[in-house]
Design a protein around this ligand. Structure first.
Ligand code: AMP
Length: 390
């Protein structure tokens, strides 16, 4: 680990003190018998077969246990609440919390779980009436949903207006790790970015270029950059309206941006092939090539801090998993402080059995990118404002 944050609000960020669980206990006097609403991120991956729903990875439920246990140990009655999937503002049995509730009952017996917050349009609409409904009969609020804290939704930003509030342990640790990385990383600091959509990540790429010593870009998003360099990209995924922005980023970057020098994909006849950085007509790039994977692996091995977000290829298909696997292996083997930012890269790491070999796996992909980009999140701002109000 690099230096840990001096406090929950490292200097150089906009974060004034964000209240912790200890602050909440102080504000309420005692937690014994108090009803505490904990906003968790139980948006877990599900697999449905007929009428049965199975949780394929309970990582996010387990991540909330330290906070829940801390509150339970002090006699609090814990009520958890989360969103799950995208039910579009009305009840939809497909997104019922039943499977999560059953798993939570095994891990933390006696802890309540409300129904899917997104069954109510007031959640995503940030409706104050819905926030007030959530805190009715509640004595204190804890946000432990890092993965949802970049959204100004009612359950994230509303409760601190009404009841004493704090960050849970998961949220606190996520923010500490990412803000230390943003403000005082051990150098060299490299970010490895992949995944499908470059438009989602352009803001963070721009911001990261101020902080990192080098960037490595793979995944489908590399093709928009390769196109910006004038390479033919065949039938690969790319975002034509982002080519100019990528061209400017490449032209103005004062740090090295590593782009693939070889690509694995399908040729026009559907055969797996390794290409150079220029793809023939009809060919589709679906993974970084072996030379690029080795280069990115070396960059990771030679760094002292690494942030990785987004798979290097369509790793769900074993024919295109090698690049992601090489990066994951380097993340596990390097002596650098390693952080994996959520979503698909975390799933890939888990699939390769390497999740325990990195320093930090963030529970939030979008939230970790936004925190690295802006140094703040709506959910954190709400907790600070709540604390200032007293
Ligand atoms: P994201 O949600 O933006 O992190 O994108 C993750 C998804 O990108 C994964 O499901 C990958 O299969 C997909 N992906 C990565 N590289 C490629 C590629 N070259 N072509 C198509 N899909 C890709």
């Amino acid at each position: 680990m690099p230096d840990s944050a001096d406090s929950f609000a490292p200097s150089g960020t906009r974060s004034a003190h964000i209240p912790t669980l200890e602050d909440l206990e102080g504000a309420l006097g005692s937690l014994d018998g108090q009803r505490i609403l904990v906003r968790t991120d139980f948006n877990v991956p599900l697999e449905r077969e007929g009428d049965t729903t199975r949780i394929t990875d309970d990582f996010r439920i387990r991540a909330a246990l330290p906070t829940i246990q801390w509150l339970v140990d002090r006699g609090a009655q814990v009520v958890t609440a989360s969103h799950l999937g995208r039910p579009k503002g009305s009840p939809d049995p497909k997104y019922s919390m039943d499977a999560v509730r059953a798993r939570l009952a095994e891990l933390a017996p006696g802890v309540e779980l409300l129904e899917n917050l997104r069954y109510d349009p007031g959640e995503e609409g940030n409706d104050d009436a819905f926030a007030r409904k959530l805190v009715a009969g509640i004595d204190g609020y804890v946000n432990d949903a890092f993965g949802a804290s970049h959204r100004a939704h009612a359950s994230i930003v509303g409760p601190p207006r009404y009841v004493p509030s704090a960050a849970g342990r998961q949220l606190q640790h996520e923010v500490e790790v990412l803000l230390v990385m943003r403000t005082k990383p051990a150098r060299p600091f490299v970010a490895v970015l992949g995944g499908a959509k470059v438009s989602d990540k352009l803001g963070v790429i721009g911001a990261l270029l101020d902080t990192v010593d080098a960037l490595a870009i793979g995944g489908a998003m590399c093709f928009t950059f390769l196109a910006a360099q004038g390479n033919s990209i065949g039938a690969s995924l790319f975002e034509p309206d982002q080519v100019e922005t990528c061209r400017q980023l490449l032209a103005n970057a004062s740090k090295p941006i590593h782009l693939p020098s070889d690509i694995v994909g399908l040729d026009a006849a559907g055969n797996v092939q390794t290409f150079g950085p220029r793809l023939p007509d009809g060919a589709k790039g679906l993974d970084i090539g072996p030379g690029t994977a080795a280069e990115f692996g070396d960059v990771v091995m030679d760094s002292r801090t690494v942030f990785w977000n987004g798979p290097m290829g369509m790793f769900e298909d074993p024919r295109f998993a090698a690049g992601t696997k090489t990066v994951a292996r380097a993340m596990a083997d390097t002596k650098a402080f390693t952080v994996v930012g959520g979503g698909d890269s975390a799933a890939a790491l888990a699939e390769f059995g390497l999740a325990d070999d990195v320093d930090w796996v963030s529970t939030g992909g979008g939230a970790s990118l936004e925190l690295l980009e802006l140094g703040d999140l709506p959910g954190l701002a709400a907790l600070r404002v709540g604390a200032a109000r007293g």
